[in-house]
Design a protein around this ligand. Sequence first.
Ligand code: IDP
Ligand code: MG
Length: 139
Amino acid sequence: MITNRTFTMIKPDAVEKGNIGPIIEKITAAGFKIIAMKMVRLSRADARAFYAIHKEKSFFNDLVEFMTSGPIVAAILEKQNAVDDFRALIGATNPAEAAEGTIRKMFATSISENAIHGSDSNENALIESNFHFAGREVF
Ligand code: IDP
Ligand code: MG
């Protein structure tokens, strides 16, 4: 199991606000190396599949709507302890609860439009990286 990589998406709200650059700056300044990166617009099928774990949640349809509302930037990042360190860098799901200096505190609008995704485990980092970059020579 790879333990030094994680997967991220800069979400449509942050892309729309012109915050791709500042967010990438925060990520690289925190010591993450960008292994792969692309800007894409997710289809509804993509978003439903990516967030399938949340399909029973009340916010699922809104989440799919939001994640397909504009392009996202998907990336694979490398650093020792990548998954946990990246979750610390992005902060709590709800920006109102996110620590000062975290990406969500700085750039998120709300608990739904929260600027950035970060994998929650090594296993999911690999699944999510493959979802977006399978077949590419990035590994
Ligand atoms: P995470 O992104 O911090 O891991 P999850 O619980 O996995 O948070 O939720 C996935 C995404 O679904 C969140 O990042 C956010 O965009 C959205 N979301 C989570 N909880 C809520 C909610 O209570 N209302 C609306 N959207 C939510
Ligand atoms: Mg999650």
